[in-house]
Structure formats: C-alpha cells, structure tokens
Design a protein. Structure first.
Length: 260
C-alpha cells in the first residue's frame, strides 16, 4: 500500500501499488473487491466492493476514495502505509463515453463522486464540455477539487445543509442543463437523483444516459446472486447482477424502490 490518509472528517484516500498493469485494464466505472484488515474489535468477513477513484500514472497504481461508515471501512481505515492488501479486480462493466458527445452532464452525490472522477478525466481528455451537479450534506463534504482533479468543468453544488439539494429545487436546474445542449448524462450516489433524471430525460430521447449503482454484494463476480435487482427492458422486468451486468446500467432501465 503506497498511501493512505484522511481527506476530511468523513472520507479517506487510499492508493495501492501492484506489479500488474491495473491502469490500462481499469476503465472508469469498474470496481475492485478489497479484503479489509481485521483488528481486535473489527473482523469483517466479506470483501468490500469499492469503485475506482483513479489509476496511474504508474501502470500498477489504483486509487480509492471512501467514506468511513460500517465495520469494513472502519477496519480499512486502520491500514498502515506499507502494509500489503489483497484485492480482486477489475470487475464489472464501466461507463461508455459517447463518441458523438460534445457536452456531458455528471450528477454525483456523496461518495459517488469517487466513481465519477475517472469519467471526468476521460471526458476532459476527449475535449468535451463538462457540467457537474455535485450534491453533498454540506460544503465540507462536497470535495469538488477531488472530483475534478484539475479538469475544467462548470460545477453546480447543492447541499442538504441549506436545502438546495431538495428535489423540488434541483429539478429545474437539472431540466435546464439537460435542455442546454447536453449529449450524455452520467450519475452515481443517489437513487433519488437518478430517478429524477430518468423522468426529466423523457422529452430528450437523444441523450445517452447511464447510472452507476451501489449495491451490497458478496462474491463480486456474479456467482452468489446477492446483488441481483430488477430492470425494465423492452416492457418487461429483467433481473440483472449489479456486479456482472453492471455496476453501470442504462439509466432509463433503472427501477426505483429496490433495496435488495
């Protein structure tokens, strides 16, 4: 493990170095399964799925940005620099950056920004105009610099602390962004925002739309079926594995109210 430190009161940054070429094998939106360390009081059993925050510049470097929440991430927070760690990946299906796009909209909430960060970099490298709607509990949790990592983008920040993240206030802002020449939209971190986007996209069938889903899972490779959830496909409900067919799905196929 090459680096591990706090970003703020809730989030931590982790950089791992491996002998394998992880950078070229890991497109935006994919994830790894991490084996968290065990302590005298924390003994997580299952591997923890974690979206990739970044790769490179060294071929074997992979980065994660995570919130310290349950037992697994609490144990992960104890990992010392230089301590080895077992990971499995890259896993899943990542984002598809529409080659015809000229302007993209990214909608991220909370730690979902870690999933979106590699896509920001890819879009910027392709020369696309980027709008970001960033939702967080408060300005202290927003982390726009960690999301953009030097890329140029127009950021629209909304917060729980001042009520600006409420659906009624976010809806007209998103509607205007979608109608303002947006060619593709990507989102992660909030089912509420994803479903709002799905509704607002109805008059814009030409806009490419994808959602990266966060889901509890065990194996991460499609065997245990613990991460199955329903999607709407051709007028029917189809069950898909988030770890295998996802975690990135067509946003218009998303079904709300599913908690596994």
């Amino acid at each position: 493990m090459a680096a591990h430190h706090a970003v703020n009161a809730r989030y931590r940054y982790l950089r791992l170095q491996a002998e394998a070429d992880l950078a070229s094998a890991t497109p935006p939106g994919q994830f790894y399964q991490l084996r968290c360390p065990q302590t005298s009081t924390l003994q997580p059993f299952l591997l923890r799925p974690m979206s990739v925050y970044g790769t490179g510049p060294a071929a074997g470097t992979v980065e994660f940005l995570y919130a310290v929440a349950g037992a697994g991430t609490q144990a992960l927070a104890t990992l010392a620099e230089g301590q080895p760690m077992d990971i499995v990946g890259p896993l899943g299906r990542g984002f598809t950056l529409d080659a015809r796009a000229r302007r993209v909209l990214l909608v991220a909430r909370g730690v979902g920004l870690a999933t979106m960060a590699p896509l920001v970099g890819q879009a910027a490298q392709a020369g696309l105009a980027i709008d970001v709607l960033l939702s967080a509990r408060s300005p202290a949790d927003a982390m726009p610099h960690e999301l953009l990592r030097g890329a140029q983008a127009t950021v629209h920040a909304v917060f729980d602390s001042d009520g600006s993240s409420a659906v009624a206030r976010v809806e007209p802002r998103l509607a205007a962004l979608l109608a303002g020449g947006c060619d593709a939209v990507y989102t992660c971190g909030s089912e509420r925002l994803a479903l709002l986007l799905r509704r607002l996209l109805q008059p814009h069938p030409h806009i490419h739309a994808e959602v990266a889903l966060e889901q509890r899972m065990a194996c991460g490779m499609g065997v245990c079926l613990s991460c199955v959830r329903p999607f709407e496909q051709d007028g029917h409900v189809a069950l898909q594995r988030v770890c295998r067919e996802g975690p990135v799905f067509p946003l218009r196929e998303m079904v709300g109210g599913w908690h596994g």
